[in-house]
Ligand binder design. Structure first.
Ligand SMILES: Nc1ncnc2c1ncn2[C@@H]1O[C@H](COP(=O)(O)OP(=O)(O)O)[C@@H](O)[C@H]1O
Ligand SMILES: [Mg+2]
Length: 141
């Protein structure tokens, strides 16, 4: 599956995350790529909503991995501060990727080699003002 949409606001990005989230299941892995402030965390909030999570989602920049309980668990991972794959492996990262929840990774490209073949990639590009170009590709092309 490949799709491309333009989001005009944070609300639209959250709504897109919610639609994407409804298609996910146990063991799904979503890798988010995009600059600081692109809207990665915003999109995760939408995914969390679709999984029935009511707890507020915050950026796990320092904790690296944050787990939320919903209809399916959400593992929210921020790879920004990881120094590399070894760092991720040492944190037990692969147990999350191959676990029973949905894994969503901000700065997913930093641990790309650890990611399963089934990973869904979401690229968010900042366009003028509040517009964001969001491209989803599931690796099967
Ligand atoms: N269309 C949009 N989608 C998402 N965020 C947007 C959009 N337009 C403006 N923003 C703003 O961009 C910022 C995105 O922040 P955040 O989701 O934390 O980004 P990231 O996790 O990629 O660093 C927020 O301040 C949000 O209000
Ligand atoms: Mg973020």
């Amino acid at each position: 599956m490949n799709s491309r949409i333009v989001s005009a606001s944070p609300d639209e990005t959250r709504a897109f995350g919610e639609r994407l989230g409804r298609k996910l299941g146990q063991g799904s892995v979503v890798a988010l790529r995009g600059a600081l402030g692109a809207g990665k965390t915003c999109l995760v909030k939408g995914i969390a909503k679709s999984l029935g999570i009511t707890e507020e989602i915050t950026s796990p920049t320092y904790t690296i991995i944050c787990e939320y309980t919903g209809s399916i668990s959400l593992y929210h991972i921020d790879a920004y501060r990881l120094s590399g794959m070894d760092d991720f492996t040492a944190l037990g990262g692969e147990d999350y990727l191959y676990g029973s929840g949905v894994s969503v990774i901000e700065w997913g490209e930093r641990i790309e080699k650890c990611l399963p073949d089934t990973t869904i990639f979401v690229d968010i590009e900042i366009q003028e003002s509040c517009a964001r170009l969001i491209t989803v590709s599931d690796g099967t092309v």
